[in-house]
Each structure stands twice: as structure tokens, then as C-alpha cells.
Design a protein around this ligand. Structure first.
Ligand code: ADP
Ligand code: MG
Length: 239
């Protein structure tokens, strides 16, 4: 039994044609799983359905053995990081990090302890009183990650979290995110349209095109044995 199981998952918006078609997929606990594909292929739609932010049109979604098709996001025990950070501009770094914990009515003392540990881990201890506008792009991204980490959710979903950063910072953050995922033993579902990001970060990768799975496998498999011309071209393997 996998940690996340998608069985025949499909999605159509406003009763129009399907943007996802019969997706069958199992993601294991502790895995760094990358969803990659061109813009418009359905990556965000799939991730948002796992998060519970988008209604599932057909099929069954299980997390940790439980059918969650109709479970609200807050009951799915997951955290999410988006492309645009989504920090609150009027709140301090500290308040931004703790925002999600307030709603969960977690004891103040425990909140403080988790905040300190997380800030330390993410190199944000000196920045807790600042506002987002007083931070660099990389620091803001780190706050967004800290907010996910502090929740202590075992499952983390990321949607193109690095696409607003410059190339050098992006390369550093890839390593940081990987290290963090390992250290915390998170199950990660990571969306990107960047082949290099997918190939360097993923334990396994799923290549999506037009709402249809092209191939699922380890980076080396996709590179050496692309399932079709689309995968070969997209991944840039020699065949
Ligand atoms: P990706 O993240 O891979 O770029 P998306 O999941 O955002 O792809 O989009 C997949 C398809 O679904 C696209 O054709 C897009 O236009 C369509 N789509 C996404 N969100 C909506 C929406 N809220 N309403 C209608 N169509 C949508
Ligand atoms: Mg997207």
C-alpha cells in the first residue's frame, strides 16, 4: 500500500473536456516525487486535487489508506508551498511562519518551541521580526518553506516553488529542499516544468502531457529508456 494512491483520477472544469484522464499512480512514504510536464499539462490541477483545493471529477484518491475525495484540506495533514510564496505583507516573518498553527489551537509554548527550531533549521533566527518586504527573494522563499515545515505535516506539496528565483539561488534551494525533505522524512510531491529540476531532485518522476501520464520512473530510467518520443525530447535524452 502506497502513501498516496490515485485510482482512475480524472478532472474536467465546468463540464468541459478532461484536463486529466484516468491517472493511476502510487507514491510511497518518504519519497521525493516530481510531477513534470509542459505548461498546461495538468500538474497544478493534480496537485490541487491531492491538497483538496480542487474537486475530483472521477476516480478515487487515498492518503495513508483512507479515501479522501471529499475530505477538506485542513483534515488531510499536509502542507503546501506555492510559486508566489503567498506571505502576508503586513505580518512579520514570525507571524507568517506561525499563521497556520494558530488555527490548529496548538499550545503557545509548543508553538514557540517549534518556531525556534524551525527558524534555526531554516537560517531565519535573525530575521523573525522583519516584514516580507525587508527580505531578499531567497529569504522569502525560506519563510514559505518554514511555514510548511512548522506544521509538522508528514506530506508536503510544492507547486513550482523556485520559479521566481534567479538561477544561482534556484540551484541552492533545490539542494536545501532535498536536504530538508530527507531530514524530516517527508513525503514530497513536487511540481515543476523544469527538466533539470526534476532530474536532479526526484527519487521518481512522472512526466505528464495533455493530462496523460507519459512515463513514471527513476531519473536514470527516463533518461536511458524513455517510453516514447515525447519523454525523450522533453527529458533531452540521446535517443
Ligand atoms: P500546469 O500546472 O501543468 O500548467 P494546470 O493544471 O494549471 O496545468 O492546467 C491544466 C489545464 O486546465 C489547462 O488547460 C488550464 O487552462 C485548465 N485549467 C486550469 N485551472 C482551470 C480553472 N480553474 N478553470 C478552467 N480551466 C482550468
Ligand atoms: Mg501549474
Amino acid at each position: 500500500m502506497g502513501y498516496i494512491e490515485l485510482m482512475g483520477i480524472s478532472k474536467s472544469y465546468n463540464k468541459q473536456s478532461n484536463v486529466l484522464n484516468g491517472i493511476d499512480l502510487t507514491i510511497e512514504k518518504g519519497e521525493f516525487f516530481v510531477l513534470v510536464g509542459p505548461s498546461g499539462s495538468g500538474k497544478s490541477t493534480l496537485l490541487r486535487m491531492i491538497a483538496g483545493l480542487e474537486e475530483i471529477s472521477g476516480g478515487t484518491l487515498k492518503i495513508s489508506g483512507e479515501i479522501v475525495n471529499h475530505l477538506p484540506p485542513k483534515n488531510r495533514n499536509l502542507s503546501m508551498v506555492f510559486q508566489n510564496y503567498a506571505l502576508y505583507p503586513h505580518l512579520s516573518v514570525e507571524q507568517n511562519i506561525l499563521f497556520g498553527l494558530h488555527a490548529k489551537k496548538i499550545d503557545k509554548e509548543i508553538q514557540r518551541k517549534r518556531l525556534e527550531e524551525t527558524a534555526e533549521m531554516m537560517g531565519l533566527s535573525e530575521l523573525l521580526k522583519r516584514k516580507p518586504r525587508e527580505l531578499s527573494g531567497g529569504q522569502r522563499q525560506r519563510v514559505a518553506l518554514a511555514r510548511a515545515v512548522v506544521s509538522e505535516a508528514p506530506l508536503c506539496l510544492m507547486d513550482e516553488p523556485l520559479s521566481n528565483l534567479d538561477a544561482k539561488l534556484r540551484a541552492n534551494m533545490r539542494i536545501e529542499i532535498r536536504r530538508l525533505q530527507k531530514r524530516l522524512g517527508l513525503t514530497m510531491v513536487y511540481v515543476t516544468h523544469d527538466q533539470v529540476e526534476a532530474m536532479t531532485m526526484g527519487d521518481r518522476i512522472m512526466v505528464l502531457n495533455d493530462g496523460i501520464i507519459q512515463q513514471v520512473g527513476e531519473p536514470i530510467e527516463l533518461y536511458n529508456k524513455p517510453a516514447n518520443l515525447f519523454v525523450a525530447t522533453f527529458i533531452g535524452s540521446p535517443k
